[in-house]
Design a protein around this ligand. Structure first.
Ligand code: ADP
Length: 640
């Protein structure tokens, strides 16, 4: 057989990751075993899946096992499975590269952190379980043969930037990974991984629930005919008990944490677990986990989500997306039902009444759990919301049935307290007696919104305004038009009517009177700005600033328009209304000047200055910054 040994370089990103891994001061180095066992367990699952649809593979399915073995003298620990295995190409793509979307972005994050301070969660986010082997080994050899293929592949690396790949030898499908262990060094988190008791402890701690036996040959001393003899016996180290089938009260929090890490490939602990059991005509058990942090690829179309679906403790699907709605795509977990057919397919799931029913119950349960968390542990809930609030918000527009439940879970920044997020219920409890609407303003950040002229009349009256800073907010508000029969009102759009009925009428009358006096002036200014604004009118919302721009209810906010055009989404051009403050000194002087000299050529410049100021105040760019700068310079000179 032609057996070229090829030496290949790791991709730059993989190499960097390896360096990080090897040099990291990560203290729980023993988790490498959890990661390798997890991969072996997945390999068994995959073989099982493929064998369902591929007759040819049926013969490859042996009694599944994950075997550990130790060569004490050579300090080699071997982990071997008889799962699906890998072809040569698969070894190259799966082990030689990190082929995950978003890797580049993640590396940007990594670049900012020093090797010594490598955040563990970042290692986990790559799903680079395999590389954790290099935390404990200075050489790793992998021999694998894919089920259905006759040839095996050997891969070897010292984690030094290159790896070699060649044909290997393996009698049956599966994967064997040999770790040439570094010397034990307790100070560095390196236990002696050739010790039976160390391996037993680690397996028990991290992998007890793995559904395949993890087997270790264990030596025992026996007395035979009065003589001591050492016998080697195979011992299964894990209980293999499905954690969701055990009584909830019996499962320790530690076990949940490890099970979560096993199914999610997340290295951090979950925020909370949710256990459910439905009995009666259609039975199922569910064990769900709310993660504590958002995966970096949650917004990528390639993001894999969904729950693991089991039928009678046999895994049927890895990512069943039909069990939860997309706005709960961050939830990890398992659903097991004895009442589903074993050969259930994705297509079947989509049309299954039972699955729809499970989805409905799980969704409600997750939302209720979040509500409970919000009511009982504000800090924890805020942590959750920071990570997943934006995803949850998608549900306001897409999940009609649970819209109210989700709305109760929303939190917003507000003018009330810069330190605290507020719920809509809390906002309503603080509303002024004569206040009928819930006010909000969308913008890029709290800082930008806070200095917006649109808020002036509201600040003056002590009216609370919600600050919506998430891009998704703008779209959500398209659906969230009211809360508890109170209309949601953008203070950046439409007309402003504040105060009691009498006050409103009074204000309206005053404005109409003034507008008459200002009529010619307003028309003249508008003529100068015809290319930019649809109307120039007097404002009820400004008390300090001279001008601002307002949209109609249907308009998108300017920062969203900018965001969309940055992402090359066509936004139809439309003009907004410019409001000017009739009580402002500038407006009064301009008007007085106009009354005397209606054909004043400088009005053109002044109109541009009013418009430019309005744009700058809301954080929008100027259409022609150079001309604006010249105008400001002209004014400057005059004032000196
Ligand atoms: P993850 O398991 O999170 O995808 P890893 O770095 O641990 O990341 O593994 C990368 C890939 O290598 C796996 O997704 C799988 O395709 C393959 N792999 C790793 N170990 C095995 C194994 N024991 N048997 C078959 N394939 C494996």
């Amino acid at each position: 057989m032609d057996n070229d040994i090829k030496t290949m370089k790791f991709e730059a990103e993989t190499k960097k990751l390896l360096d990080l891994m090897i040099h990291s001061l990560y203290s729980s180095k023993e988790i490498f075993l959890r990661e390798l066992i997890s991969n072996a367990s997945d390999a068994h699952d995959r073989l099982h899946f493929e064998a369902i649809t591929n007759e040819a593979l049926k013969d490859a399915v042996e009694e599944p096992a994950i075997r550990l073995s130790v060569d004490k003298d050579k300090r080699i620990l071997t982990i071997s499975d008889n799962g699906i295995g890998m072809s040569k190409e698969e070894v190259q793509t799966n082990i030689g590269t990190i082929a995950k979307s978003g890797t580049k972005e993640l590396f940007e994050k990594l670049k900012q952190s020093k090797v010594e301070e490598l955040p563990t969660e970042l290692i986990g986010e790559f799903g680079v379980g395999f590389y954790s082997a290099f935390m404990v080994a200075n050489r790793v050899t992998l021999v694998t043969r894919r089920a259905g293929e006759q040839t095996a592949t050997q891969w070897e690396s010292k984690g030094d930037g290159t790896y070699s790949i060649s044909d290997g030898e393996r009698d049956a499908p599966g994967t064997t990974i040999a770790l040439h262990l570094k010397p034990a060094d307790a100070d560095d988190g390196l236990d002696d991984f050739t010790e039976e008791w160390v391996l037993k402890r680690i397996v028990k701690q991290y992998s007890d629930f793995v559904r395949y036996p993890i087997i270790l040959p264990v030596s025992r001393e026996k007395e035979e005919d009065g003589k001591k003899v050492t016998e080697v016996e195979e011992e299964t180290l894990n209980s293999m008990k499905a954690i969701w089938l055990r009584p909830e009260a019996e499962v320790k929090e530690e076990e949940h944490k490890e099970f979560y890490k096993h199914i999610s490939h997340d290295w951090q602990e979950p925020l909370k677990h949710i256990a459910m059991k439905a009995e009666g005509r259609f039975e199922y058990q569910a064990l769900l986990y709310i993660p504590s942090h958002a995966p970096f690829d949650m917004y990528y179309s390639t993001f894999k989500w969904g729950l693991q679906l089991y039928v009678k403790n046999v895994k049927i699907l890895e990512n069943a997306e039909d069990l939860l709605p997309p706005h709960l795509r961050f939830i990890k977990g398992v659903v097991d039902s004895p009442d589903l057919p074993l050969n259930v397919s994705r297509e079947l799931l989509q049309h299954s009444r039972q699955i729809t029913q499970i989805k409905k119950s799980l969704t409600k349960k997750v939302l209720d759990t979040l509500k409970y968390l919000k009511e009982t542990d504000e800090e924890k809930y805020n942590g959750f919301y920071k990570e997943f609030g934006a995803v949850l918000k998608e549900g306001v527009s897409s999940d009609f049935e649970n819209k109210d439940r989700i709305t109760e879970l929303l939190l917003f920044e507000s003018s009330n307290d810069p330190e605290k997020l507020t719920s809509l219920a809390d906002y309503v409890s603080r509303m002024k007696e004569d206040q009928e609407e819930i006010y909000y303003l969308t913008g890029e950040s709290r800082q930008v919104i806070e200095s917006s002229p649109h808020l002036e009349a509201f600040k003056e009256r002590g009216l609370e305004v919600l600050y919506l800073t998430d891009p998704v907010d703008e779209f959500m508000m398209g659906t969230l038009t009211e809360y508890k029969e109170k209309k949601m009102r953008s203070v950046g759009k439409g007309d402003v009517e504040l105060g009691t009925k009498d006050e409103k009428e009074q204000a309206q009358k005053e404005l109409e009177d003034k507008s008459k006096q200002f009529s010619d002036f307003l028309k003249a200014v508008q003529k100068e700005l015809d290319d930019h604004v649809s109307e120039v009118r007097l404002s009820k919302r400004l008390t300090e600033s001279v001008s601002c721009l307002v949209g109609t209810e249907a308009d998108l906010s300017p920062h969203i328009e900018r965001l969309l055009s940055k992402n090359k989404v066509d936004v139809p051009a439309h003009k907004r209304i410019m409001e000017i403050n009739p009580d402002h000194e500038i407006v009064q002087k301009l008007k007085a000047r106009f009354d005397v000299r209606p054909t004043d050529l400088e009005l053109a410049d002044h109109a541009q200055l009013l418009y430019g100021q309005a744009l700058l105040a809301e954080g929008s760019p100027l259409p022609d910054p150079a001309t604006f700068a010249t105008l400001v310079s002209k004014l400057f000179v005059r004032s000196l």
